[in-house]
Ligand binder design. Sequence first.
Ligand code: ADP
Length: 513
Amino acid sequence: MTAKNYVLGLDIGTTSAKAVLFQKNGLVIAENENAYPVYHPNPSWVEQDPYEIERAAVAAISGAVQKSQINKNEIYCVSISSAMHSLICMDQNDEPISPSITWADGRSVDQASRVKDTFGKSLYLKTGTPIHPMAPLSKLIWMRETNYQPYLQSAKFISIKEFLIQRWFDKYIVDYAIASASGLFNIHTFEWEAEALFAAGITSDQLSEPVPSTTICQGLNKELAEQFHLSQDTPFVIGSSDGPLANLGIGAIDPGDVAITIGTSGAIRQMASKPQTDELQEIFCYGVTKDLWIMGGPTNNGGIVFQWLKDVLGEAEVQKALELNGSAYDLLTSLAQTAKPGANGLLFLPFLNGERAPYWDANARGSFIGLTLSHKKEHMIRAGLEGVIYSLYSIGETLERLAGQPATIFASGGFARSSLWLQILTDIFGQEVRVPASHQSSAWGAAWFGLYALGEVPSLSAIKESIPMNNTYIPNKTNHVIYQELYQTYRELYFALKPHFKALATIQRKEKK
Ligand code: ADP
C-alpha cells in the first residue's frame, strides 16, 4: 500500500471552485481555481448553474492533482468547504429544476421583512439564522407565495454542496453547518425545525439528512474517478461551510480567537461552546459539531468595494497593470498609501450592496461623506479601504457584546494580499493581527476536518500547530487614535442616513424596472 502524504481541500466559493492540495503540515503543494458565472435574470436575482459549478469543481480537483505530479494513491481524502445559503429545487429523478439561487439573491426582501416583523424572532432564536433574503427559508416562502413552478414540482430542496454529493455519491446528506445556515435547522436539537418548515410550506423529507462534518462518502464510479484524477476509493469527507472552516484553517477556534475574512464579501466570526443567539438578532449562530457553534456577522461589502473602486476610478491602473502584467489592486493600494490614515477626514460608507450585519438593511447604500476640493483619487481609494474595515469593526462591536473582547485577531481572504489594507485593519481595531501564509484558510480547514474524520490527527484544535503563519501586524497607536475619532462619526452616519437610503433605494428600484 502506498503511504499517504497529502490531503485535498475543495472550496466551493461564491465565484469559483478552488482545490488545494496540502501536505499534512499545512504546506500548499498545488492549487487550482476554476471560475463560474453568476446570472442576474432580474435586477435583484443572483443565480448559478449547478452543472457549471460541478464541472468547475471536478476540473479544479483534477487540475490540482495533475499540477502536483504526485501519485494519486498518496491522497488521504478530499474534504469540502462551501459557501452557505444556496438553494436548488430537485425533481423525482434527481435533476435540478431550478438554478442554484445564491446567498446574494434579493428576491425575497418583502417576505423576509414580513417574517422579521411577525414571528421572525421566535424562528431566529431556534435556528440562529438572521431573517434575511440570503437564507433558503426566505427564498422558499417567496417560492410558495409566487407559485414558482420548480417549487411546486420539487422533490428535494438542497444546497450546492448537497448537489455535488448527490451527483458523486447518489445520496442526499447535508452537514450541520450548511443545514444551520438554511434558516430551517434547529441549532439546539440539530434537527429540522418544524416551525420553519411550516412557514416554508415543505416537509422534512424534502430536505437532506443532516450529518456530522466527519461523514465519509466513498466509492466513486470509474469514469468520475478518472475525471478527478483520483483513485476510485478516495474518501470524500463532507466537511462544513466556509465560515467555520476559515476559522479552523486560520487557527481561530478557542474562546477569544476572532477570525476576520475579507474576500468578495466579508465576515467576523468566533467559535462558541454553546449555541448563543442575540436578543437584537444582529449575529448569526450556526451549529458546526454537536459541541461547537460559530457566531458572527457577515458583510456584503468586502473586497467587492475595492473591485468597484478599481472599476470606476482605476481605469489608468487597470491599463498599466495589463502592460506590466501586474495587479491593478497593487497599483491602487500604492496610490492609497500616499494619503494619510483617515484620508484627510473623508469617510466612506461601504454599503454598495445593501448590508447584512450589523444593520440587516437591504436598502443601505454607499456614500462618501466629507468630500472637499482637496480630496483626490488617493483619498477616495484609501477612504474606501478604511470604510470596509470600519464596517467590520462595527460588527465586531456587536459580537463583543455577546462574546467578550477578542484576545487574538486572525485575518484571511483576498484582501490579505495588501499589507496596507492589513495595517488599516490592525490600526482600526488597535490590536495585533495574525496572518496565515496561505490565504486558502477554508480549504485548509476542510482538509484538516478530513484528516480528523479519518483519525489521522488527534483533534480539531491540534490544527494550531500546523498553520504556517506570515507576519503579525502591530497597531500604530497614533493611527488608532485618528481612526477612533473618525469612527465616532462613522457609527452615527448609517442611522442619520437610513431614511434617505430607503427613499433612494425605492427610486433606484423603480428606475431598474
Ligand atoms: P472570494 O471571496 O470570491 O473567494 P477572494 O478571497 O479571492 O474572493 O477575494 C477577492 C477580493 O480580494 C477582491 O474583490 C479584491 O477586493 C481583493 N484583492 C484581490 N487582489 C488584491 C490585492 N492585490 N490587494 C488587495 N486586495 C486584493
